[in-house]
Design a binder for this molecule. Structure first.
Ligand code: G6P
Length: 609
């Protein structure tokens, strides 16, 4: 998704902007650009493709300046092209970078064209910059014009704006899309997230909805949505520039897969005493909220949605807590009926997913009294807008395909099952057992990661395939869904997941010797049923790959391959079975030579609808 970097410094800003853009690459993008002001003149460079292309352009034809803005674009309005790349400029005096979508761009564009403004791109963003220039023509001062201009915008935006008439001032605006200010020593920066600025500062101000900041070297003034001057706290980030490095790993995704034992131990750290969950880890109002609620509604997108699907099995089977789940983009427009005393649980790695945020707003509008966020980014919008929060503590996740965020979400969700379940039918003995199983997870995952070499070999069978089916049952059906999502995201192989019992109602027609069928087969009460489903595939010549508990007698044959997964306790087993599927997608993608960490067309944090 689009990324913004900008700054006002006492040195040439260009290397800082370029480094920032590289650190935002993980968000997903198709073009990049930057603009600086030097001696009251605006200079701009843009390039289709990767930031290194922009960097090469700058090597041949460098620009310099102490103030600037930069952008990675993820196309929404208008194809990926140099013309559509940001920054956009008006009369070579004003330049803007934008993350979000201006919903009323068409009428604004029409009116500006009527006034003689020439548009050079197909983007919604270009209306912002011409609208600003037009406002400046009859308004005193850059800041005042920006304040008037944003009143005309409908939709979501984070903006970085510079102007040659006030060449020392950078203006930043936030409404519906995230933006942080980095506080340096005698310099300030802006960015879509802290990762972009870690080489220059660890001190951050998180802008709030409707904020407009006027930034120069020695002065930062923030106006809130009511145009009052406000002071926002400066927060120290625990992250360092190194925390988002790849280390010796070939890809972030592999690094993040291997970080899962540590990430899960962090998710559990300090949250239990004697195998009893300390529910204040959800926030000081936790007990009051949990005492009141009668059901759960989970809202999320993508991989986070899959985590929620697993949790629904846990809530209902283990604790008899009624639990619904829906993808956020559907919930927000369905006008759903919410039962009284429903706890809204949002799940999001980034905490900035536009659909999830909007679904939470919709739930509040429908009367939901309490919300809880399971999230990986402490200062994110979702965290700020929720009553209770459980941080997943996965650490920064850079690969677009989510891995450690997913397994820590599952871990966090199990803590929520315990906390709420205590008020329903989850006994103390069950809590003790689940807790002790959770603490075994890091060691178990280390053992599963040893399947790496075996899975690397297995991946070779996929490189030429165009389709794959994933099967699972019960709480492992969402794991099959997550396995299929990973494979399609990064290897571009069409993959679908089915609950194995549904096979005979349609997908069996697809089975032939060319169709790999990946089956998640833990040792649980559904195993015998699953074995029958495996037979159905095998009898029709399908190529089965079965991830199976090591304690089970296996029946490998010509078209059935068995991968033995270390034995694992029933309830936490979905977390364990996720790992080999992550590795499988990863190695297939590596063999296919795709861009594993930044797969085509995808974004890490989808901050637009
Ligand atoms: C994008 C990412 C997915 C992610 C989804 C939800 O589609 O590519 O990996 O699962 O957004 O993101 P969230 O940050 O809300 O978990």
């Amino acid at each position: 998704m689009c990324g913004i970097v900008g700054g006002v410094a006492q040195r040439n800003i260009v290397p800082i902007l370029l480094e920032g853009l590289k650190r935002l690459e993980y968000r997903g993008y198709d073009s990049a650009g930057l603009a600086v002001i030097n001696n009251q003149t605006l200079f701009r460079k843009r390039e289709l493709g990767k930031v290194k292309g922009l960097e090469a352009l700058l090597q041949v034809d460098p620009i310099f300046g102490p103030i600037g803005i930069a952008h990675t674009r993820w196309a929404t309005h208008g194809k990926p092209s140099t013309e559509n790349a940001h920054p956009h400029v008006s009369s070579n005096k004003v330049a803007v970078v934008h993350n979000g979508i201006i919903e009323n761009h068409e009428p604004l564009r029409g009116a500006l064209i009527d006034e003689g403004y020439l548009f050079t791109s197909e983007t919604d963003t270009e209306v912002i910059v011409h609208q600003l220039y037009q406002t400046m023509e009859h308004t005193q001062g850059f800041l005042k014009a920006v304040k008037l201009m944003v009143k005309k915008l409908e939709g979501a935006y984070a903006l970085g704006i510079i102007c040659t008439e006030e060449p020392d001032t950078l203006i930043a605006c936030r409404k519906g899309s995230p933006l942080v200010i980095g506080v340096g020593i005698g310099e300030y920066f802006i960015a879509s997230d802290v990762a972009a600025l870690l080489p220059v500062t660890q001190r951050f101000i998180f802008l709030e909805e409707g904020d407009i900041a006027s930034i120069s070297i020695d002065k930062l003034i923030i106006y809130d949505a009511n145009d009052e001057v406000v002071t926002r706290p400066v927060k120290e980030s625990q992250l360092t520039a190194d925390s988002v490095d790849k280390g010796d790993y070939r890809h972030y995704m592999l690094k993040e897969i291997y970080e899962q034992p540590f990430a899960i131990s962090q998710a559990l750290e300090g949250r239990f005493i004697n195998n009893r969950l300390q529910e204040n880890c959800f926030g000081h109002k936790a007990a009051e909220v949990f005492d009141t609620i009668k059901s759960i509604q989970i809202l999320a997108c993508g991989t986070s949605y899959h985590a929620g699907l697993v949790a629904r099995y846990w809530f209902e089977r283990l604790a008899r807590v009624p639990c619904n789940i829906e993808v956020a983009s559907e919930f927000r427009y369905r006008n759903p009926v919410l039962a009284e005393n429903t706890l809204i649980v949002t799940i999001s790695q980034s905490g900035e997913t536009a659909d999830t945020l909007a679904a939470l707003q919709e739930a509040k509008r429908l009367g939901a009294k309490y919300s809880l966020a399971i999230c990986n980014v402490p200062e994110s919008s979702l965290v700020r807008e929720s009553d209770l929060v459980l941080m997943t503590r996965a650490g920064p996740e850079i690969g677009v395909a989510s891995t450690k965020a997913f397994t820590t979400q599952l871990t966090a969700l199990m803590l929520l099952v315990i906390a709420v379940g205590r008020r329903f039918e989850l006994t103390e003995a069950m809590e003790q057992k689940i807790s002790s199983d959770l603490f075994k997870l890091p060691r178990k995952i280390e053992a599963v990661l040893k399947l790496d070499d075996q899975i690397k070999v297995l991946a070779e069978q996929f490189a030429e395939k165009e389709h794959a089916l994933f099967l699972g049952r019960g709480s492992h059906y969402p794991i099959a869904m997550e396995g299929a999502l990973k494979l399609k995201e990064i290897s571009y192989i069409h993959a679908e997941a089915y609950p194995a019992g549904e096979l005979k109602h349609g997908p069996l027609a697809l089975i032939d010797s060319e169709m790999p069928v990946i089956t998640v087969a833990p040792n649980n009460s559904l195993l015998e049923k699953l074995k029958s489903n495996i037979q159905e595939v095998s009898a029709r010549g399908g190529q089965l790959i079965v991830f199976m508990d090591e304690t089970l007698a296996s029946a490998a044959s010509e078209n059935v391959q068995i991968i033995k997964v270390p034995q694992v306790e029933n309830e936490i087993s979905p977390i364990i079975y996720t790992i080999p599927l992550q590795l499988l997608s990863y190695y297939v993608a590596v063999l296919k030579g795709t861009d594993v960490d930044q797969p085509r067309n995808l974004a890490k944090s989808v901050t637009v609808e």
